[in-house]
Design a protein around this ligand. Structure first.
Ligand SMILES: Cc1ncc(COP(=O)(O)O)c(C=O)c1O
Length: 612
């Protein structure tokens, strides 16, 4: 799996004259976006975790870009004025830990080229195209079918032309070392050596495969004519090609599985792998660490995951964390609190249910009175009751429970990664969530994030089940780097991509985006004279329960079907005695999409004669 990319971006771009006076070449804009930013977005969509940019001329522009993309690390090449791309690559090399993609900064290209390289079985691969007639081609000569023999801008220096260098390659650390060694040896004579020449000079010990895509859409932009060609001819082809690969957009306004990005969908389409391979173990370890880091310091907390849904994760916590002589107090103020209690009942765990209104705040004083009885060892509670959109004040309840030495078990299935939270500050010992809600991955992975010191205390609790046992799963993974049973491989790859995208957006900004969508909805709902079940100030901003209009002309099915025709999926209410429908605004959705939905809702209400 390729996780790193290097972009060499130190050059002057002097052939573009005044266009590059204040900014380097990578900041030439096409359709309002800097070409290097197009490139960064494609790399991120392809699952690259870290993008190292070797800077020089006008380095500050790249430093600024790095503030927008946390995956970018800039490395300044102090000698950029007197050296070439190999020297820039050399300064980046100390941050390269594995196979990596190497790109030039002044390229536009179809993102498919990156997947082709990542998928290629060869260690060292140059991506090549057929003839571009761009006027600045680097030609490639092949040997033994399609391995690099030589390259040159001068056709006469080559025996035959196999293809053109695109400026996108995949290299191994071993080849990179050889290239650096060659450069160091010849630096005095050729300080401005290009990286491609260093590749060529290293092929005696390292085979370099040429992966040629005859009609590949790409262009390097070195001068005014390239820029004109890129804008008028190449970019439209790239955009058309990429649009052909986009998946039909369905905006899910149900509370999960949530809408996912195309890059998360595509992350599932990858080479088969046996999950017992170390390579996959490393992916799982990375996922666990990153899931933890969303809400806690990984040195004190651990994520344990299972193939299963959110309910599986809830069942893991309830069945694995309460000892035989324990007693869990479960707060029930909606379907999911009720579910926690049902799980406890199925396992015959000593439990007491604390009932509370489904749409009004929990009476904290009454809850504290229960804590004071000293009967309870554990508390089970839902952070965000998805049934109604009520956000329980766990920032008050969990620290209070800790005051009475009560272990806190929290269903955070529909809030995790949708709102900033810190388990340590909140006093949460165990929390459950799932891959398909605010983390914006695919359904199939349920996970529990545990305070390590509390997890250790569950070690000797006799197993009440086999598959869903928390400590056994944790201990096995710690020892072997593998799960006890077959993990959902492709869902985990999608989860990896979803985590990368969460890190890129940040949970803080995701919360703001969700809140913006919610605000658009709530404003429209009020304008349309609809009423909400939960007071605005007690709502989570992630799902809104709305009273159904009281007219026989209304039916949930007709509203649902109309919304579906427009690409939106909505959800019925979940309270037996109160008629509501629910609109969630989690997942990869945009405020403009929520705005469109409110127009559909308005049209529906008008069609049934409701006053809007
Ligand atoms: C708060 C909460 N807990 C648990 C679940 C159950 O998750 P799943 O349907 O993935 O089992 C959900 C699902 O929406 C939920 O919102």
């Amino acid at each position: 799996m390729i996780k790193q990319a290097v972009i060499v971006a130190a050059g002057f771009g002097s052939r573009l004259k005044e266009r590059t006076v204040s900014k380097p070449k990578g900041f030439l804009e096409l359709n309002g976006i800097a070409i290097v930013e197009w490139s960064v977005q494609k790399l991120l969509a392809c699952g690259i975790e870290k993008i190292i940019i070797g800077t020089g001329y006008r380095a500050e522009a790249y430093d600024e870009l790095a503030k927008k993309y946390p995956a970018i690390q800039t490395v300044f090449s102090a000698d950029y004025e007197t050296t070439g791309s190999m020297a820039t690559l050399g300064v980046c090399a100390k941050f390269v830990t594995d196979e990596f993609l190497l790109l030039e900064s002044d390229l536009i290209y179809d993102g498919i080229g990156l997947s082709v390289l990542c998928n290629d079985i060869h260690e060292n691969v140059i991506l090549a195209s057929g003839a571009t007639n761009s006027g600045d081609e680097v030609y490639l000569e092949a040997v033994n079918g399609s391995f690099l023999k030589a390259l040159s801008k001068n056709k006469a220096e080559l025996g035959s032309i196999y293809g053109e260098l695109t400026g996108i390659s995949k290299l191994s650390p071993a080849l990179l070392s050889a290239m650096r060694a060659y450069y160091e040896k010849n630096r005095a004579e050729f300080p401005k050596l290009d990286y491609e020449r260093a590749i060529m000079m290293s092929t005696d010990k390292h085979e370099v495969y040429i992966r040629k895509i005859e009609n590949y859409a790409w262009r390097e932009i070195d001068d005014e004519s390239h820029l004109e060609m890129a804008q008028s001819v190449v970019l439209p082809v790239i955009l058309e090609n990429e649009s052909l690969r986009s998946i039909r957009r369905e905006v899910l306004l149900n509370p999960g599985p949530a809408t996912t990005s195309d890059s998360v969908k595509y992350a599932q389409v990858c080479a088969d792998i046996c999950p017992r391979e170390k390579e996959f173990g490393d992916v799982m370890k990375w996922i666990c660490r990153e899931l933890t880091a969303v809400v806690a310091d990984p040195s004190g907390y651990e994520t344990v995951f299972f193939g299963g849904s959110g309910t599986a994760a809830d069942e893991v916590m309830i069945s694995s964390c309460v000892p035989e002589n324990g007693h869990i107090l479960i707060v029930d103020n909606g379907s999911y609190g009720e579910r926690l209690a049902k799980i406890a009942a199925v396992y015959k765990i000593n439990h007491t249910v604390f009932k509370s209104s489904t749409y009004e705040k929990i009476d904290i004083a009454a809850l504290e009175n229960e804590f004071k009885t000293a009967k309870y060892t554990h508390l089970g509670i839902v952070y965000h009751e998805t049934t109604t959109g009520l956000l329980n004040p766990l920032d008050v309840i969990c620290p209070l429970a800790k005051k009475y030495n009560i272990v806190t078990i929290v269903d955070a299935v529909s809030i995790y990664a949708g709102m900033p939270m810190d388990l340590s500050k909140l006093g949460i010992d165990f929390m459950a969530s799932t891959s398909n809600k605010n983390i914006q991955g695919m359904a199939g992975v349920g996970f529990v994030i545990c305070k390590k010191s509390e997890l250790e205390k569950t070690k000797n609790i006799p197993m009440r089940n086999y598959y869903l046992n928390l400590y056994d799963q944790y201990a096995h993974f710690l020892k072997t780097g593998q799960t006890r049973f077959t993990p959902p491989v492709q869902t985990l790859y999608a989860l990896r991509q979803a985590i990368l995208e969460t890190k890129q957006e940040t949970v803080e900004k995701r919360w703001q985006r969700y809140t913006e969508c919610w605000r658009i909805l709530v404003d429209a709902v009020k304008k349309f004279n609809l009423k909400m079940l939960v007071k605005e100030e007690d709502q989570s901003h992630l799902i809104t329960a709305i009273f159904e209009p009281e007219t026989p002309k209304y039916s949930f099915e007709s509203l649902h079907d109309l919304a579906r025709q427009h690409g939106f999926t909505i959800y019925p209410g979940k309270l037996g005695n109160i008629n509501t429908f629910r609109i969630a605004n989690i997942g990869d959705i945009k405020p403009c999409e929520m705005k469109r939905f409110t127009e559909v809702l308005k049209n529906y209400l008008v069609s049934i004669g409701e006053c809007v």
